[in-house]
Design a binder for this molecule. Structure first.
Ligand SMILES: [Fe+2]
Length: 263
C-alpha cells in the first residue's frame, strides 16, 4: 500500500508545482522563499493576555474546555508505528471563542486577506490553536513537510519573544517549497528505508534551515510543503505561539485534530 502513497505524493507534488506555484503571484517573499515574516502583527498586550488566559487552564491530561475548544497534550497522541516527537508540546484548539482579538482576526479575515495579497490565492482559516513548547533538547520533530498535496499554509504568531536561538524558533529551508527533485529523492529514500514519508532528514541537514527569529507579536506566513522543523537547541524559556491552519477549500466545519484521543 505504501507504493500507492508514494505515487500519490510524487504526482501530487508535481501537480501542485505546476497548478499552484507556477500560477501564484511570484513577487512576494513567501512565493520565493516559502515563508515570510510579518513584523508586529499583534500588539504585545494582546499576546500577554492570551498567555495569561490559558496558563491556568493547563492540566495533566488532555480535556475539552467546551464543545469546541480542547486541550491536547502531544504525549498522549498515538502515531501508530511511527515515533512520536515533541512530547512536551501542548495545544489548545479552536480558541477563537475565548479570545475576542482572535475572533476579530477571523471575522475580519485578516489572515486570508494577507495571503491573498501576497499570493493571489484564496485560503480559509481552518483552526486556530495556541501551541506551548517548553525547552527541549531531545525530542523535537526533525525536518519534514506537512503535506505534498494539497499544499497547506499556516500562519504563526509568536506570543512570547523568540529572538534568540535558545528560545526555540521555527526553522525553514528557504525555497524548499519548490525543491521537487530533492523532495522526490527524500520520498524514495524513506520508501526504501520504510520511514515515515514526510520526513526529510535523510536528504536535508538542519544546518540548511533558517532560524526564524522574532519578537512577541511577529507573524510568520509559511507554506507547509516546504521543509521545516522546530529548533533542536531550544534550551531556555517556554515558547507560546498561535497557529492558524489554512486550507485551500472552504471549510464546512472545523477539523477536530486528534480529539478522539481524549478519553
Ligand atoms: Fe510541520
Amino acid at each position: 500500500m505504501k507504493i500507492i502513497e508514494l505515487t500519490k505524493y510524487l504526482l501530487g507534488m508535481y501537480k501542485e508545482h505546476f497548478f499552484v506555484y507556477k500560477r501564484i503571484n511570484q513577487d512576494s517573499e513567501i512565493a520565493k522563499n516559502g515563508y515570510e515574516i510579518i513584523n508586529n502583527f499583534m500588539p504585545m498586550k494582546d499576546c500577554n493576555q492570551i498567555i495569561e488566559y490559558f496558563k491556568p487552564l493547563e492540566k495533566e491530561k488532555s480535556y475539552y474546555l467546551d464543545s469546541e475548544t480542547y486541550y491536547i497534550r502531544r504525549s498522549e497522541l498515538n502515531m501508530g508505528k511511527y515515533k512520536l516527537y515533541d512530547l512536551n508540546t501542548r495545544q489548545f484548539f479552536n480558541i477563537q471563542n475565548h479570545i475576542p482579538i482572535i475572533k476579530k482576526i477571523i471575522e475580519n479575515k485578516l489572515i486570508e486577506k494577507l495571503f491573498y495579497e501576497k499570493l493571489n490565492i484564496n485560503l480559509y482559516v481552518e483552526t486556530v490553536s495556541l501551541q506551548i513548547n517548553d525547552a527541549d533538547l531531545e525530542n523535537r520533530q526533525p525536518l519534514h513537510v506537512d503535506a505534498y498535496t494539497p499544499t497547506n499554509f499556516k500562519f504563526f504568531i509568536y506570543l512570547s519573544d523568540c529572538s534568540h536561538p535558545y528560545n526555540g524558533p521555527y526553522t525553514y529551508v528557504r525555497g524548499s517549497h519548490l525543491h521537487n527533485f530533492r523532495k522526490s529523492r527524500s520520498l524514495l529514500k524513506n520508501f526504501v528505508k520504510k520511514n515515515h514519508l514526510p520526513q526529510m532528514e535523510l536528504e536535508y541537514s538542519s544546518a540548511e534551515a533558517d532560524l526564524i527569529l522574532g519578537k512577541a507579536g511577529d507573524g510568520i506566513m509559511s507554506s507547509m510543503s516546504g521543509v521545516h522543523a522546530g529548533y533542536k537547541h531550544h534550551t531556555k524559556s517556554t515558547r507560546y505561539m498561535l497557529v492558524f491552519q489554512l486550507s485551500r477549500d472552504k471549510i464546512k466545519k472545523n477539523y477536530i485534530h486528534a480529539a478522539e484521543t481524549i478519553q
